[in-house]
Design a protein around this ligand. Structure first.
Ligand code: LLP
Length: 404
């Protein structure tokens, strides 16, 4: 079943909760998770939701309830996951450039940790020796992903321990008897070509024989979802077949079974999310019809930061004649959501919805221009509930210290 919210549902949410508002559809998240589970049903695969995409605690609780684990990118995300009820063994902290203190904190919470630098690996070895297992976040030197800003595995990327530093890693593992339990790679986001994952696996196969205590291979996230019509998504079934073939044709030389992990973010939550705004002003200039909404890159930065496409519809006048608009925000910067976009005729006060806003939408929002962060609403079992209040003016001052 293909779950989506209707325009009428979205319109009534906009009227009930006000705008701008992020709306998430729980059943769509479950549908995406089932796609993954089903495709990989013949293999020992575990999915850790990369919660940097969307961390509202209700989303985390829902993800846990449907049976996924969670991948975190900061110690605060780890704490959120604990708060949401995940057991430590179901939480993974894939770190990047963090202070060693956070690794110690994560260790004290008992979660899985992927270490991404030689220096933290050395500190870890010195302090914990073989007493606590770790994963190694490796940089496979593969260029992949929707654009360079979301590519993390290439040869100039800051992420991970470059595979060419294997000798240094092995020397530390040997010196401190470090218990390396998993090898991790994440090459980027929006990877449609399943061969990228196969290439990554091939890099790992060269390394696996060096680590005698491995139990897991972590292939990261990055599955593509369709943002515009005709835009494909990663063929998960095909990916599952390729991954299966790759592991079957390269059995672990020690004969030990390796569980496979993935860390999908966007794939699970992107399409579950809708961002609804209201049109403040129309401005007809000689070359361009502008529709200015009550939002900006302070609420949804993806179009400006990554040139990403979000489909936009006019919820208030869906049958109106199509006109070409530039959809812009109200921030004192050029915050263009869409250029030359055909949308059903827009009147001031109309509600516009941005699709595919569940991942890295609210999560990357800010209070720039002293604007308030939007509300969040969760629709589950047909019922819409507020899961985050819209900011209020006092929130802007909450942590400021007024010296008068
Ligand atoms: N695992 C690791 C280690 C990651 O760094 C990421 C994303 C993921 C998993 C999840 O990737 P996903 O399945 O969501 O593609 N803000 C950007 C995306 C940045 C992704 C950063 N790392 C965007 O809005 O497109």
């Amino acid at each position: 079943m293909n779950h989506s919210l209707t325009r009428d549902q979205l319109l009534s949410i906009a009227e009930e909760f006000g705008t701008p508002v992020y709306v998430y559809h729980a059943e769509k998240i479950a549908e995406q998770f089932q796609k993954l589970k089903h495709a990989f049903r013949n293999d020992d695969v575990v999915f850790f939701y990369a919660c940097k995409a969307l961390t509202n605690i209700n989303i985390l609780r829902y993800i846990r309830a449907i049976g996924a684990n969670v991948d975190c990118s900061s110690i605060n995300e780890v704490k959120m996951a604990v708060r949401a009820g995940f057991e430590p063994q179901n939480i993974l902290y894939t770190s990047n450039g963090i202070a060693f203190d956070e690794i110690v904190e994560a260790k004290n919470l008992g979660v899985h940790i992927n270490i991404d630098s030689i220096s933290n690996l050395e500190k870890f070895g010195k302090k914990f020796g073989h007493s606590y297992p770790v994963g190694l976040r490796l940089r496979p030197n593969i260029l992949a992903g929707g654009n360079l800003k979301i590519s993390t595995g290439h040869a100039k990327s800051k992420f991970g321990i470059p595979v060419e530093h294997l000798d240094k890693v092995l020397a530390l593992v040997d010196q401190y008897k470090i218990f390396v339990r998993d090898l991790h790679i994440h090459t980027g986001s929006e990877i449609k070509d399943v061969d990228v994952f196969v290439k990554g696996i091939a890099v790992l196969f060269d390394l696996i024989p060096h680590f005698k205590e491995l139990e897991f291979i972590d292939l990261g996230g990055g599955f593509k979802v369709p943002y515009k019509e005709g835009d494909g998504e990663t063929d998960i079934q095909h990916l599952a077949e390729k991954v299966h073939e790759a592991f079957a044709s390269h059995p672990n030389p020690d004969g030990r079974h390796l569980q496979i992990w993935f860390e999908p973010g966007k794939f699970l939550v992107s399409e579950s999310g809708y961002f609804i705004t209201q049109v403040n002003v129309l401005k007809d200039t000689p070359g361009v019809h502008f529709a200015g909404v009550n939002s900006g890159f302070n609420h949804l930065i993806r179009p400006m930061f990554y040139d990403s496409y979000h489909h936009i519809e006019n919820l208030s006048n869906p049958q109106g004649p199509e006109i070409t608009y530039n959809i812009v925000g109200n921030i004192c910067e050029t915050d263009t959501f869409a250029n030359d976009r055909q949308i059903a005729e827009i009147r001031e006060g109309d509600y516009l919805v941005f699709y595919n806003a569940g991942a890295y939408g609210f999560e990357m929002s800010s209070n720039f221009n002293s604007r308030l962060k939007p509300a969040e609403v969760l629709v589950k079992d047909g019922k819409a509930q507020l899961i985050r209040k819209r900011d209020e003016f006092e929130d802007l001052l909450r942590n400021q210290i007024d010296l008068k």
